[in-house]
Design a binder for this molecule. Sequence first.
Ligand code: AOF
Ligand code: ZN
Length: 361
Amino acid sequence: MSAHDLLMRRALKLAENSFYISDPNPRVGCVIARDGAIIAEGWTQRAGEAHAEIHALQKIDFTCVDADIYVSLEPCSHIGRTGPCVDAIISARPSRVFIAMRDPNPVVNGVGIQKLRSAGIEVVENVCAVESACLNPGFIRRMNGGRPYVRAKIAATLDGKTATQNGKSQWITGHDARADVHKWRARSSVMLTGIGTLLADNPRLNARLDADALQPDKVIVDSKLRTPQTARIFDDDSRVVVATTTQENRNGSLSAEVINCGDGPRVNLDRLVDWFTKQNYNEVFVEAGNILTGAFLEKGLIDELIIYLAPQVMGDVGRGMFGIEGITSLDQVRKFEFSDIRRIGADVRLICVPIDTGIEK
Ligand code: AOF
Ligand code: ZN
């Protein structure tokens, strides 16, 4: 691996500091080095605050003559909530800028690079591009005009059971696995569950972890508008939205936004996902029961499965992971591949991505 790759890898690592704070902006890391030695580091702050390059340049008084800048996304060239990073870079006078990937945001895409080159700064593109893209799957798809990136989490026994026959499901997995879930929640723009889980488990659906983190919005799929005002999802002040089949909101008695995604008696998940897209959500985290999770799977709306398996056996009468009609022949099975397998405390975590969906990763 070249010295440039190593410095870009450091920038990619720094981008992880933005995981819980930068939404809806992408997670970006920046390293500034002179003769191969790092002189400043930065990462994307909250929306409206410093971008990664500015966060790094602030530490060296916005000058870096003869130095190299490594940034995991093309520096922006537009005025958004903050000013253009390229202008700050050009006046800092580095000799080279190494970029992992172009910004998919159409108002930037390539323009940042062009401006740097016009100012006489050498630009090297595509340094660790794949690794950079992995940091921002939802942002990239949204900027390319697509829907958000959807993860579904499942906690199950070794034999794939998520609840007893009568729906008891809390605490199948251990403490460490549950703590891990909070990291996924914190990096998500929105949490999604169904009314069945809400009534059975009364989850808070917030991100509880020892780090500065934005709270995800919460959406409940609740076709008959049964969400009780006493539910714990209302305990903090994050945005709660109930997706239902009517606009009525029980005469305004529920202190949540109510959206109509009706399609006859059921909530239409495609309409709900369209609504997610309009909210500029990057990543959606589904933590629901087998029926809603199964419906997402059947519609091909799941981009990643996060499955925690506890070393327990419930037997064949328990509830499964996906409440879908079984298939009759093996060529109809839904295929995934494992992208990560690891032990989390007493449990195992599997991350799977669908094969052949045509979804750009
Ligand atoms: C960068 N460095 O660290 C990030 C960038 O509204 P603003 O001003 O915060 O701009 C948001 C856009 O800037 C976002 O959509 C993406 O195109 C880019 N993000 N750019 O130079 C960064 N996070
Ligand atoms: Zn910027």
